[in-house]
Design a protein around this ligand. Structure first.
Ligand code: HEC
Ligand code: HEC
Ligand code: HEC
Ligand code: HEC
Length: 136
């Protein structure tokens, strides 16, 4: 009886070790690239975000932060609005708008990098109307 359980346990370890091999290959496969273009439609005016071009030019982690213990990610590049809602709900403190930029739009994921790029002489949207477009 005890031996039987032990043997099954050993067999289980051998089997799962075998199963890990294809799993490892899958983990090394390229991760999903995400959308090419995202159109956000907040009340302030539509924002067309070229995700594909941004993902090519920058580290994924410059926008997709690591999972946090207070609200762990369900996928490595989970959409921001899965956690950052308007208004923020416990345990979250950073609402959706603040995830992208703060009230004065002087900082935040989108704004920090744009401000730095503008300082370096690049043509990037920094004014509200550069990103938020009202329908003509
Ligand atoms: C400049 C910021 C930025 C960079 C850099 C970036 N992403 Fe994203 N990504 C976003 C935002 C914002 C969203 C959410 C879009 C939405 O709400 O529809 C997103 C969404 C995604 C999604 C879709 C998630 C879902 O659940 O639908 C995937 C996959 C993804 N990104 C992968 C990547 C990968 C891989 C990289 C690097 C090669 C990368 N991203 C780089 C900002 C970025
Ligand atoms: C699975 C949940 C989850 C997802 C998805 C998520 N975040 Fe967060 N985020 C958090 C948590 C938890 C914190 C820390 C608590 C807080 O500030 O509310 C945080 C904090 C932040 C902060 C505050 C500054 C900091 O780093 O603490 C910013 C800005 C932010 N996230 C931006 C984003 C952006 C942009 C995306 C999408 C590309 C995103 N987050 C996706 C959970 C998430
Ligand atoms: C890590 C740096 C970085 C981050 C983060 C970033 N951007 Fe950008 N963005 C740039 C740069 C640099 C350019 C100029 C593009 C070029 O010169 O090719 C740009 C250009 C743009 C443009 C105009 C050109 C185009 O591609 O449409 C829009 C709109 C834009 N970004 C929106 C956003 C939004 C929305 C976010 C947040 C979800 C964001 N960006 C986050 C660096 C960044
Ligand atoms: C780099 C691009 C960018 C710039 C510059 C920018 N925004 Fe945004 N803004 C966004 C994105 C992306 C969102 C998120 C939209 C969403 O999730 O629906 C947003 C959301 C908002 C929201 C939330 C609206 C709602 O109805 O939920 C307000 C208000 C806002 N922005 C105001 C401003 C103001 C005011 C400025 C100028 C001081 C500004 N934004 C500059 C990209 C930008």
């Amino acid at each position: 009886m005890v031996m039987g359980i032990l043997r099954n346990a050993v067999l289980g370890v051998v089997l799962s070790a075998g199963c890990l091999l294809p799993g490892k290959v899958a983990a090394q496969a390229p991760e999903p690239a995400g959308p090419d273009t995202v159109v956000f439609a907040p009340t302030r005016g539509k924002v067309t975000f070229t995700h594909g071009a941004h993902a090519k030019a920058n580290e994924c982690g410059s926008c997709h932060h690591a999972s946090r213990p207070e609200k762990p990610m369900t996928s490595p590049r989970q959409k921001c609005d899965g956690c950052h809602t308007e208004p923020a709900t416990v345990p979250m403190k950073t609402d959706r708008r603040f995830a992208y930029h703060d009230t004065e739009a002087r900082q935040g994921t989108c704004f920090n990098c744009h401000a730095k790029a503008a300082d370096a002489g690049k043509q990037v949207p920094v004014a509200c109307g550069d990103c938020h477009k009202r329908d003509e």
